[in-house]
Write a protein that binds this ligand. Structure first.
Ligand code: TPP
Ligand code: MG
Length: 602
């Protein structure tokens, strides 16, 4: 499960074997070594200094960040890019509480992040000493497993379990350590990591699914994050080829299926592909492979209520609790996406496929829908609602959609892209296509502003040879640009594309649509020049005003990563806004009190 990136430190990298005397700090660090950990993100703190002292000799790099939230996101990006554990550590109390948002985000991104949380000393716990708070309840709903070191002799056992469970359950786990438990003499053995092979699922459910797929006239595959996590792209392609099935990707998992494949039809969900929506709407059988069918990812979009309520739905998920949770299903398979795809193909290879008769017709429908969406997108150079037309009329700035298209065209091969949660980042969903898995790191369903930048920094540490690019709105940039210090100080070169529209645009859209443009707190006036800020922080910075400069600037910035340089490209864009996030969740304001009546209705 854990393959070491840097075999050059091999001699240092094997954990001590056999039962022997050591300190708990040594036991922890040796457990990290045994688990293949080479990088840990955090901010230094006295609580765990005794263990930190051992990192260099253990071959573990400590990446010192600007804010613990950044460390958590970096661990998440690291895990998503590599499939290996992402690890973060902080000072007890405030350092640890700074992790919370990042851990919640990693939870919903299904990232195997291990959060090491030193705690106030066991001898003073509960009497309100320095930097004390109960650290287990805080993370109890955003971790898959919490280990509390209740006895120093159990350090290696519990640390090891936290690592194993993060991979087993694909999500963050917490290792909580009273700070005095780093010290003392113990005798223990460092456990070998447990690697669990996930199976294809039950034979009966696979048979039932194969039989539904064999009868399908219009099968469609919906490839989700599980395809990425299980490295199941090749198997998904083989199954799609066999069935002649269109393949949609689930919301914000655009890297689950290669965009160059003829059966790729694009992402579902917010700002997704109309081709994908129209094709899945026609399906009589859907194979939802490696997806929990998250509610936000199947909402109507572009005015299309595309979910095929009458189709037979086969859902494959490694977590049994996800089966049938959000959408009714006909067959639920608790299995690994890769193994399940293989098992289904093996079954279907020997069966007569009803969909074979109309395969050619189906393929031509797929081709036509893709072409129609491509040409619509090509002509969709700006938003056309009244507000957007008004604010962009006099503006010399770029239309966001055109700018996003230029970025897409100039995107370097094998790029990793993280996206934040603003309006322009969301619109970018239509323009983000990938041929390689582990390439798209969106803020997923936790949807926190400030996710994208630190996450791409972590991804770059995991995959230093791949171009690493973050898409970030200017509001979210204000939250996260501090991590430029980490890029410069630690030599982690990335590119941040900052969309300067001078507003918290995604939320402003709600003011426009539902609150009659009564703007409160959505304008970001008097911002600094983000390009100048970048330069002041030791990175490169460039303000981009013209479409013709977008592509060359991205290419140069990606190339500069090879020279160790981080670049901020500040894109000057109009204040126009794409469709809102939550048309479903807002409604016209109702007011009963006289003094607020003027705000009623709209
Ligand atoms: C941490 C956090 N705070 C607030 C929000 C609510 N929110 C969602 S999108 C958004 C606006 C984002 O603005 P910006 O980053 O400038 O991108 P734009 O929408 O302008 O493209 C806000 C405030 C959030 N999702 N996360
Ligand atoms: Mg903005």
């Amino acid at each position: 499960m854990n393959t070491l990136r840097d075999s050059g430190i091999g001699a240092l990298r094997s954990a001590v074997s056999g039962r022997q005397k050591m300190t708990p700090s040594e036991a922890l660090v040796e457990t990290l070594v045994a688990q293949g950990v080479t990088d840990v993100f955090g901010i230094v703190g006295s609580a765990y200094m005794d263990a930190l002292d051992l990192f260099p000799l253990a071959g573990i790099r400590f990446i010192s960040v600007a804010h613990e939230q950044g460390a958590g996101h970096m661990a998440d990006g690291y895990a998503r890019a590599s499939g290996r554990h992402g690890v973060c550590i902080a000072q007890n109390g405030p350092g640890v509480t700074n992790f919370v948002t990042a851990v919640a985000a990693a939870y919903w991104a299904h990232s195997p992040v291990v959060v090491i949380t030193p705690e106030t000393g066991s001898a003073t716990l509960g009497i309100g000493g320095f930097q004390e708070t109960e650290q287990l309840p805080i993370f109890s709903r955003i971790t898959k497993y919490q280990a509390h070191v209740n006895n120093r002799s159990r350090m290696a056992e519990l640390a090891s379990r936290a690592f194993d469970r993060a991979q087993l359950e694909l999500g963050p786990t917490q290792l909580n350590i009273p700070r005095d438990f780093f010290y003392g003499d113990i005798e223990c053995e460092i456990p070998t990591p447990i690697s669990i092979e996930r199976g294809a699922g039950g034979a009966q459910s696979l048979d039932a699914a194969a039989s539904l797929l064999a009868q399908a006239q219009f099968p469609v595959i919906l490839a989700g994050g599980g395809v990425v996590a299980a490295d199941a792209q090749a198997e998904t392609m083989q199954l799609a080829d066999l069935l002649g099935a269109a393949v949609c990707t689930s919301y914000l998992h655009n890297d689950a299926f290669p965009a160059k494949h003829p059966l790729w039809v694009g992402p579902l969900g917010y700002q997704g592909s109309k081709a994908a929506m129209k094709l899945i709407a026609r399906a009589d059988v859907v194979l939802a492979l490696g997806t929990r069918l998250g509610p936000f990812g199947t909402l109507p979009q572009h005015g299309i209520d595309y979910w095929p309520n009458n189709a037979r739905i086969i859902q494959v998920d490694a977590d049994a609790r996800m089966l049938g949770l959000v959408k009714p299903i006909s067959v639920g398979i608790c299995g690994d996406a890769k193994a399940a795809a293989q098992a289904l193909r093996a079954r279907l290879s020997g069966m007569a496929l009803a969909g074979a008769a109309n395969r050619a017709a189906r393929l031509s429908v797929i081709k036509a829908e893709k072409a129609a969406w491509e040409s619509e997108l090509e002509g969709w150079t700006q938003e056309r609602d009244a507000w957007s037309l008004e604010v962009s009329k006099e503006s010399s700035h770029m239309h966001p959609r055109q700018m996003l298209r230029e970025l897409e065209r100039a995107m370097p091969d094998a790029a990793m892209i993280s996206t934040d949660i603003g309006n322009i980042c969301s619109v970018s969903n239509s323009y983000l296509r990938f041929d390689t898995p582990r390439s798209m790191f969106a803020a997923m369903s936790f949807g926190n502003c400030g996710y994208a930048f630190p996450t791409i920094v972590g991804a770059k540490v995991a995959a230093p040879d791949r171009p690493a690019i973050a898409y970030v709105g200017d509001g979210a940039w204000g939250m996260s640009f501090g991590e430029l210090q980490t890029c410069v100080r630690e030599g982690v070169p990335v590119t941040a594309i900052v969309f300067n529209n001078g507003q918290w645009g995604a939320e402003k859209k709600n003011h426009v649509d539902f609150y009659d443009k009564r703007f409160v707190g959505v304008n970001l006036d008097r911002q600094p020049s983000w390009a100048a800020v970048a330069k002041a922080m030791g990175a490169e910075g460039q303000r981009i005003e013209h479409l013709s400069d977008v592509g060359p600037a991205l290419s140069a910035a990606a190339k500069a990563q090879g020279e160790g340089k981080t670049t901020v490209l500040e894109m000057m864009v109009t204040r126009e806004l794409g469709d809102p996030f939550r048309r479903d969740a807002l409604s016209a304001p109702v007011r009963h009190l006289e003094k607020y009546k003027s705000t009623a209705g709209r």
